[in-house]
Design a binder for this molecule. Structure first.
Ligand code: NDP
Ligand code: GDR
Length: 320
């Protein structure tokens, strides 16, 4: 089996590549050209995967890539994924995260219509939530250009499934984290700061809204759900979550306590990190995924935060 992953240099792409290699897949990854290589998360599997240059903005590059690979499964994980940047670059976010999905689906329709397609949809589509907890049937109310772009990506996937009979599934994934998470996302920002403060390299941590609540899971668990969605007989949409929400304040508390620090001694609120429109409370109901896919999360929130702090302690020590 051949799998093609866009966004392979990102957090999820790297975990998915690990997972598919273990399953015996030939793994191909799309990477965009840059002046320096950005392969930190895939260095350990670099000799086992094949990388092809392409960009979500360039339709021809997607067509050529699919002609070359002839994939059985396509995982579209590439996107501009950081919510605050989407207010600074709303048009580019729409191009990558929204229209980019149409470019991928069009390329697949022309080149390999029998392939199975996974779209990385997001709990950010629920935004100002219309019901608690959120299911596949909860109406969307996105609160950022990122969220709006993901709603477009989600519905164009549904539309291509219904218009052209493509096998195109969408995973509505709630926040998922790992030691490979980008440093600007709140979990990694906090675990990295806890390590730096513990090791005497940093004194304070400047944060935004501590009251926001998220349903945080472990990325390693979530990539398995992506794969399971493409092993079904019929394409469909699934919420992937843990069913438990925690506040950002609780996240900070767990991370700092793990290295013997009191968070209140170090955390400062800074307006710079307050968003123009906030998503206050996300909580997912993964019942459908459990019933149909047999999927359940395995790593708890506390286990994950401690795993990330431990990894950052090692990481920071190596830099000292
Ligand atoms: P990351 O930000 O870690 O990775 C994003 C990837 O997309 C990178 O490989 C990046 O490449 C690539 N990319 C961005 N723009 C382009 C482009 N124009 N052309 C080609 N590649 C591009 O994200 P995650 O791994 O965390 O998330 C994966 C996907 O899942 C994203 O679509 C995200 O929006 C979505 N998602 C994530 C959730 C989460 O909690 N992590 C939850 C729900 C959805 P480069 O390295 O070159 O920048
Ligand atoms: P999110 O993740 O916006 O949910 O999107 P992020 O970790 O950036 O924020 C989570 C919550 O924490 C609050 N917060 C802060 N966030 C950051 N980044 N930095 C801070 O200093 C800070 N202080 C408080 C935020 O306001 C927010 O409420 C992630 C991304 O991975 C998306 O791509 C994905 O679709 C969604 O998760 C599901």
């Amino acid at each position: 089996m051949k799998a093609l992953i866009t966004g392979i240099t990102g957090q999820d792409g790297s975990y998915l590549a690990d997972f598919l290699l273990k399953k015996g897949y030939e793994v191909y990854g799309m990477v965009r050209r840059s002046s320096t290589e950005n392969f930190e998360r895939i260095t350990h599997i670099h000799d086992k995967i094949q990388l092809i240059q392409g960009d979500l903005l360039d339709e021809l590059s997607l067509i050529k890539m699919m002609e070359k690979v002839e994939p059985d499964e396509i995982y579209n994980l590439a996107a501009m994924s950081f919510v605050p940047t989407s207010w600074d670059q709303p048009i580019l976010t729409g191009e990558f995260t929204g229209i980019g999905v149409t470019r991928m689906l069009e390329a697949m329709k022309r080149v390999c219509p029998k392939a199975k397609f996974y779209q990385a949809s997001s709990s950010e589509m629920y935004g100002k939530v219309q019901e608690m907890p959120q299911t596949e049937k909860t109406p969307f109310y996105p609160r950022s250009p990122y969220g709006v772009s993901k709603v477009y990506g989600h519905y164009i996937t549904v539309n291509y499934r219904e218009s052209y009979n493509l096998f195109a599934s969408s995973g509505i994934l709630f926040n998922h984290e790992s030691p490979r998470r980008g440093l600007e996302f709140v979990t990694r920002k906090v675990t990295d700061a806890a390590a730096r403060i513990k090791l005497g390299l940093q004194k304070e941590l400047r944060m935004g809204n501590l009251d926001a609540k998220r349903d945080w899971g472990f990325a390693g668990d979530y990539v398995k759900a992506m794969w399971l969605m493409l092993q079904q007989d019929e394409p469909d949409d699934f919420v992937i979550s843990t069913g438990v929400a925690h506040s950002v304040e609780h996240l900070v508390e767990v991370a700092f306590e793990h290295v013997g620090l009191t968070w209140k001694d170090h955390v400062v609120t800074d307006q710079e990190f307050i968003r123009p429109a906030e998503v206050e409370h996300l909580l997912g109901d993964y019942k459908k995924a459990k019933d149909v896919l047999g999927w359940e999360p395995e790593v708890s929130f506390e286990e994950m935060v401690k795993m990330m702090v431990d990894a950052d302690m090692e990481h920071v020590k190596k830099q000292m």
